[in-house]
Design a protein. Structure first.
Length: 451
C-alpha cells in the first residue's frame, strides 16, 4: 500500500543523500494523510509534519549555498578550482531559490480531543511513515529538576537514542509529549507545597520547546554533577503535545455562550454529544487552555491547536473492519490459529459500535466489549476439534444468546442465515457456545480411563 511506497521512497532518499533529505523525495501532506488513513480512522493532521520536513530541507539548501559561496576563490584561478566546486552540490529544490532566504520558524502543535479518538495512534503511525526520528514521551512521569521522577531532559535523551546516537539527526526530530493535560496547575493554595509534577514541569519545558542548546546528561536518572553532557540544540526539533483535556469543552461553552438570559439567550448544549464536543474543541483558543490550568508562556509556544473528533457509530464500525490491524482482523487471526473461521454480521458490527458509542470511551471501548462477548468462545473452541466456524450476530452482541459454533462440515454462513430467515431457531450442526457442555466432554474420557 501507500505506507510501503512512502517507506521505499524514503529508503531511496536515504541512500542518495545520507545527511540531508531533499524536498523532492518528501511525502506530500496528501501522501502522509493517505498513509495515516490506512491505520487511523476519522482524523486528518499532516500539514505540520510536512512543513517541518520543508524547513529542514530549506535549511540544508541554504547551508549548501553558503558553503558554495565560501568556496569560490577570488584570485583568478577559477578554472582550476571548478571541479572542486562541482563536488559540492546544493540540495535539490524544485522552485527557484530567492537570493535572501528568510528563516522559517517551527510551528509546534497541540493536539486536543476526547479519549479514544486516536491521538497517540496518529503519532505512532506517523513514526512508521516518516524518516525523521520521532519519540513519544509521557508527561505523567516527568517532574521538576531535583525531585524523584524523570527530568524533562530525559525526553531529549530518548530522541538521541532513537536517532542512532547521531546528534545532527537528533536535532531535526519530532517529539510528541502525550498526556500533556496532566501537567496542568493543581488548584488550591500553592504556597503550601511546590507543584513539582504540574506547573513545575511546564516551567522546565519552556526553554526546551522554544529552542535552546540544552545540556542533556549521558546517564539519565543518576544525579552525577561531574558526568558527561550532550549539547542538543532544540531549535529545529518539532514539539507536539497531546491530551484529552477533559472538561475543556465546559470552559469553551462558558466563553462562547455567555448570554443565558434574555433575547440573546443560548440554549444549553449537550456537552456529552461527541459532535457538539468536537465543535467546541475546534473553537479552542489559547485563553481556554490557560483557564484549564496551562501557563500562558507554555500555551504561547504552541501556535497550532488541532482538535481530533470524537468518533461516531459509523467511524467505530470502520475502525472494527478497515484498518490494516483492525480488531476483527485480530480476532480472525486468533481463531485461525485453531483452524476456525470467524464471521461477524453487519448488524453485529453495528451493535458493537453502538454499545461503544454509548459508553463514551471511544475506540478503546471496542476491544473491551468484543473481549467480553467472545471470552467464553475463546475458552471453549480450542478444545473442540469439530468446530470450523464461529458466527457472531447482533443477538449475541446484545447478550440475548451466546455466539454460534458450526460443527457440521456442510454448514456454511449462507446456509445458516437462510435457515434463520425461514424461521428455524434450532439448526442441526450449529450450537451456541456453552462452557458446561465442554466440561462434560472433557471429563468423560478421563472417567472412562479411571474406570
Amino acid at each position: 500500500g501507500e505506507v510501503q511506497e512512502v517507506e521505499a521512497e524514503e529508503r531511496h532518499a536515504d541512500q542518495s543523500t545520507p545527511k540531508s533529505s531533499s524536498i523532492t523525495s518528501l511525502p506530500t501532506p496528501r501522501e502522509i494523510c493517505r498513509g495515516l488513513d490506512e491505520y487511523v480512522i476519522g482524523q486528518r493532521s499532516s500539514v505540520g509534519v510536512y512543513n517541518h520536513y520543508k524547513r529542514i530541507s530549506m535549511m540544508d539548501a541554504q547551508r549548501a549555498r553558503e558553503a558554495m559561496a565560501e568556496r569560490v576563490p577570488e584570485d583568478g584561478d577559477l578554472l582550476e578550482k571548478l571541479p572542486e566546486i562541482d563536488e559540492l552540490e546544493p540540495v535539490e529544490w524544485p522552485l527557484p531559490m530567492p537570493d535572501e532566504m528568510c528563516e522559517v520558524d517551527k510551528s509546534n502543535i497541540m493536539i486536543i480531543g476526547p479519549t479514544g479518538s486516536g491521538k497517540t495512534l496518529l503519532l505512532k503511525t506517523l513514526a512508521r511513515l516518516i524518516d525523521v526520528p520521532l519519540v513519544i514521551a509521557d508527561a505523567t512521569c516527568l517532574t521538576q529538576a531535583g525531585y524523584v521522577g524523570e527530568d524533562v531532559e530525559s525526553i531529549l535523551f530518548k530522541l538521541y537514542l532513537e536517532s542512532g546516537q547521531d546528534i545532527e539527526r537528533c536535532q531535526r526530530g519530532i517529539v510528541y509529549i502525550d498526556e500533556s493535560d496532566k501537567i496542568r496547575k493543581s488548584g488550591g493554595n500553592v504556597s503550601i507545597s511546590r507543584d513539582v509534577s504540574g506547573e513545575g514541569v511546564q516551567h522546565a519545558l519552556l526553554k526546551i520547546v522554544e529552542g535552546n542548546v540544552i545540556n542533556v546528561p549521558k546517564e539519565p536518572g543518576r544525579k552525577n554533577p561531574r558526568g558527561d553532557f550532550l549539547q542538543i540544540d532544540t531549535t529545529n526539533i518539532l514539539f507536539m503535545c497531546g491530551g484529552a483535556f477533559s472538561g475543556l469543552e465546559k470552559i469553551i461553552n462558558k466563553r462562547m455562550d455567555t448570554a443565558s438570559i434574555g433575547f440573546g439567550a443560548q440554549m444549553k448544549k449537550e456537552l456529552d454529544n461527541h459532535k457538539v464536543q468536537g465543535k467546541y474543541f475546534d473553537n479552542a483558543i489559547p485563553n481556554d487552555l490557560v483557564d484549564f490550568g496551562m501557563i500562558p508562556e507554555f500555551v504561547g509556544r504552541f501556535p497550532v491547536i488541532v482538535a481530533t473528533k470524537g468518533l461516531d457509530v459509523s467511524d467505530l464500525m470502520e475502525i472494527l473492519t478497515e484498518p490494516k490491524n483492525s480488531l476483527m482482523k485480530q480476532y480472525k487471526s486468533l481463531f485461525a490459529i485453531d483452524n476456525v473461521d470467524f464471521h461477524v454480521t453487519q448488524k453485529g458490527l453495528e451493535e458493537i459500535a453502538k454499545t461503544a458509542h454509548q459508553r463514551g470511551t471511544g475506540a478503546r471501548g471496542l476491544r473491551s466489549i468484543t473481549e467480553n462477548i467472545l471470552m467464553e468462545t475463546l475458552f471453549v473452541v480450542p478444545s473442540l476439534p469439530n468446530v470450523h466456524t464461529v458466527y457472531l450476530d447482533d443477538t449475541a452482541v446484545r447478550g440475548e444468546r451466546k455466539p454460534i459454533m458450526f460443527t457440521d462440515p456442510d454448514m456454511t454462513v449462507e446456509k445458516y442465515e437462510a435457515l434463520l430467515q425461514e424461521g428455524e431457531m434450532d439448526v442441526d450442526g450449529a450450537t451456541p457456545v456453552s462452557v458446561e457442555n465442554d466440561e462434560v466432554e472433557d471429563t468423560d474420557p478421563v472417567e472412562e480411563e479411571a474406570a
